[in-house]
Structures are given as C-alpha cells and as structure tokens.
Design a protein around this ligand. Structure first.
Ligand code: ZN
Length: 257
C-alpha cells in the first residue's frame, strides 16, 4: 500500500492528522552534494574533521533556509488539498515549511534552523540564523578560516535552536509555541470526528511527541483510521486492531519519492 492507495479513505475523513518523522528528514531527501554546487562546499565533502563537518552544516542549513518551494511532499499536498488537516513534524530541517502545505496547519516543535541560541543559554533570546550563516560563509570563502558564532551577551557558543538528543536540556522553546497552541486547539476538535491519522517515518527518538499520542487518539476515537508507515518500526499494538494499518515501507517510497 502507498499513499495514493489511501486516497479514498482520506477523502471520506472529516479530519486528517499527519505526523512526519526522521525517514522524511532533509538529510534523507536532499542530496546536498548535488544541490550545493558551490566549489568551497564541494571541497569540504571528503573531509571528516569536526571543523569541516561544522562548515558543511553551515552551507546545508543556509541552503535549506534559502529554498523556494520544494516538491518532495507533492503527493501529500494532493491528498490533503480541500481537507481539514494538521501536520506535526519531529524534524528540525524546516523543509515542510517550503512545501505547498498551509503554514498555519504545521507545527515543528523541534525547531527549523531559523534561529541561533546561546548554548548555555544565558537568556531566552533567539537570533535569526540566516545573517550569521552568510557571514560565516563569506569569511570562510575569503580567508579559508572556519569560525563559530558567539553569544553577544555572554560570549558562549551559538548553537542552532533545534531540539536534538544533545541539545534537549538547553533548547529554547519560544519559536514554535504559537503553532503548538494551534495544534492542541485543533486536536480538541477531533473527538468523535472521522479522523484519518497518518504517521510517516517516525521512530523512537521522541515518541511522546506524536507516536504515542497518535495511538491514544486512535484508541479513544471510535471512527479513527490510523496508518503507520516505517521501514522497520512499523509495528502497532493489538489494541488498535481493526482501526490501524502498519505499513512496512520506507516513508520516502510511500509518498512516491
Ligand atoms: Zn549567552
């Protein structure tokens, strides 16, 4: 089964709830070595020391932030057009915001790479990342030196305002809270509605974000249909028998990539 095989089921639903996980992270969808043609970036490709890896990240993040619209999620856009939907992602790449999906119907609690923050952090302040990345690249391309950015308040190192295993204790949550509020409000109206839940490529990095909550919604909602897609972590508990379908497939393939 692939996404297009569920078209009719999705059409019949009042609401569609979509979760997007690591299988659809930019690192798996975007071939940076092809997309970023810049010669300075290309030279960094074979190098595995820490500084070169950081500089590559700088180019890749700048690439993601500069994207216009992307068509990776085209099939999803098609089945969701005219539907009342909400999308939550555990990814930190901002890629989904460059799709044709409605921005006001997306929440990305792990960040998008739009901002830097202090690594301590000494305050809740967020700093737009684009300018800093442009500076780092200009400096590298004129001097060959790889730099990092410092917090103007305390001199600590800047890190991306994204939630990862390494940053979860210092992650500043300010940037996504309004979209999160829209999400929780949307969820409150799902009770007793015909809801189609689609979980794409979510593993167990942050299961409390939507993997477990989706199971709960499907369990308590009599009219729910729940489709979970993952190459290896597709299993579904037997309490969801009759409502759920576990699709053992890489989510990239499932959405036609
Ligand atoms: Zn600081």
């Amino acid at each position: 089964m692939m996404l297009k095989d569920y078209k009719e089921k999705i059409k019949e639903a009042d609401l569609v709830l979509v979760g997007i996980g690591k299988e659809l992270h930019a690192n798996r969808l975007v071939d940076y070595s092809k997309e970023i043609k810049n010669e300075h970036y290309q030279k960094l490709l074979g190098q595995e020391d820490e500084k070169s890896l950081w500089m590559r990240t700088v180019y890749e993040r700048q690439y993601l932030l500069s994207l216009d619209t992307v068509d990776y999620f085209k099939e999803l856009e098609e089945v969701l057009s005219d539907k009342n939907y909400f999308v939550i992602t555990s990814n930190d790449d901002g890629l989904i915001y460059h799709s044709g999906l409605k921005k006001e119907c997306i929440t990305a609690p792990c960040g998008n790479g739009d901002f830097f923050q202090c690594s301590k952090p000494c305050s809740e302040q967020l700093y737009p990342a684009k300018l800093g990345l442009d500076d780092l690249i200009a400096h590298y391309e004129t001097t060959g030196e790889i730099e990092t950015l410092e917090c103007p308040k305390c001199g600590g190192q800047f890190i991306f305002n994204v939630r990862t295993e390494d940053t979860k204790s210092v992650y500043i949550e300010g940037a996504y809270l309004s979209s999160w509020a829209n999400y929780t409000k949307w969820l409150q109206n799902t009770l007793n509605k015909k809801i189609f839940i689609l979980e794409l490529g979510e593993g167990f990095e942050t299961p409390s974000l939507f993997r477990w909550p989706f199971e709960k919604i499907a369990f308590y909602n009599e009219k729910a249909v729940f489709v979970r897609v993952h190459k290896s972590l597709y299993q579904m508990g037997k309490e969801l028998k009759g409502k759920g379908a576990a699709v053992q497939m890489d989510s990239r393939e499932f959405i036609g990539l």
